[in-house]
Design a binder for this molecule. Structure first.
Ligand code: 8HG
Length: 301
């Protein structure tokens, strides 16, 4: 566990003695799209139908607009506070090449996000850039999500499958999804049918998929149009607790080539190599590498 206890504060709670928790590392390492930096020590973001402010204060973390009940129901798990990241980092740092990335992103935690939001977000991520993905997800939330008030401003939660059920391909395209709009529409439709128990759609229940073992989950997600191996890896790692996932995008590819591999290697081979090398907890290694490569803009000759 990476904190000692929580205390009540005015309109929020204080998480005491939090280890391995850096706001920039967590929110800018590529795993989430709904958090904004509002000052040096504070981010505001929406998840699980709530809006909160997260502030670092010495060794503590303050969650604004949050009560004790929400902390134990949502945020303790969301921030993966039950996991001891010192142990993970120690293990990964025995590889001297990986240690550099681990030291750089020492405050990363893998967020446990809502599966439906993450399925749609990472379908949107295909051949896309992070600022564009963020903008599209924001537009979808404004158009179909519930309004949330915080400090006199209005924010929007990411919509549920039910709220998105009538979104047309044209409307989704207008949110900046481009060619991905048809995949999002089709996926929303399949998920809604499966959640209603419609015959023939059982295999599209993402909450059941989340309970499968890692390899089964990776395979099942790829039954949706618009989800290939890379997107499936991101979804299972960022919302289904499958930490052996190893998403290989252009940054992880560059990092792996920079540190370990010859240039002309396929994405599939890089994935297999990474999982072989880093084992059951490959997802963590991948996140330190992604953050290091992207922040340092590493290039491979
Ligand atoms: O955290 C991420 N890991 C990997 N491997 N790829 C990611 C992450 N986040 C993210 O957006 N991507 C993908 O990288 C989406 C997009 O294809 C590209 C943006 O740099």
């Amino acid at each position: 566990m990476d904190y000692s206890n929580i205390e009540a504060a005015e309109k929020g709670i204080i998480i005491k003695d939090v280890k391995n928790f850096e706001l920039d590392h967590i929110f800018q390492c590529g795993q989430c799209f709904r958090w904004d930096k509002v000052s040096e020590n504070k981010y505001i973001g929406a998840a699980f139908g709530r809006i909160i402010g997260v502030e670092k204060s010495g060794g503590d973390v303050v969650l604004h607009n949050c009560n004790e009940e929400d902390f134990y129901r949502i945020w303790e798990n969301y921030f993966d506070l039950g996991t001891d990241y010192s142990m993970i980092k120690e293990k990964l740092s025995t590889d001297p090449l990986l240690k550099k990335s681990v030291d750089f992103g020492r405050g990363i935690r893998i967020l446990r996000q809502e599966p439906f939001e993450i399925v749609i977000s990472f379908i949107t991520s295909a051949n896309n850039r992070i600022p564009m993905i963020k903008r599209a997800i924001d537009k979808i939330s404004r158009k179909w999500g519930s309004a949330l008030e915080y400090e006199g401003r209005t924010y929007y939660a990411f919509p549920t499958p039910e709220m998105l059920k009538d979104a047309s391909e044209e409307e989704l395209e207008a949110c900046g999804l481009g060619f991905r709009a048809k995949y999002v529409k089709d996926t929303v439709d399949k998920i809604n049918r499966s959640l209603k128990g419609q015959e023939g759609y059982e295999e599209y229940n993402i909450y059941k998929i989340a309970e499968m073992d890692d390899d089964g989950c990776h395979e099942a997600l790829q039954r949706f149009n618009g989800i290939g191996p890379k997107v499936a890896d991101c979804i299972m790692l960022f919302s289904m607790g499958k930490i052996s996932a190893f998403p290989v995008d252009v940054w992880v590819k560059r990092a792996m080539m920079h540190f370990y591999l010859a240039p002309d290697v396929s994405l599939k081979k890089i994935r297999d190599f990474g999982r072989e090398k880093f084992g059951r907890e490959s997802g963590y290694a991948q996140q330190y590498l992604f953050y290091y490569a992207r922040e340092n803009n590493i290039q491979v000759e």
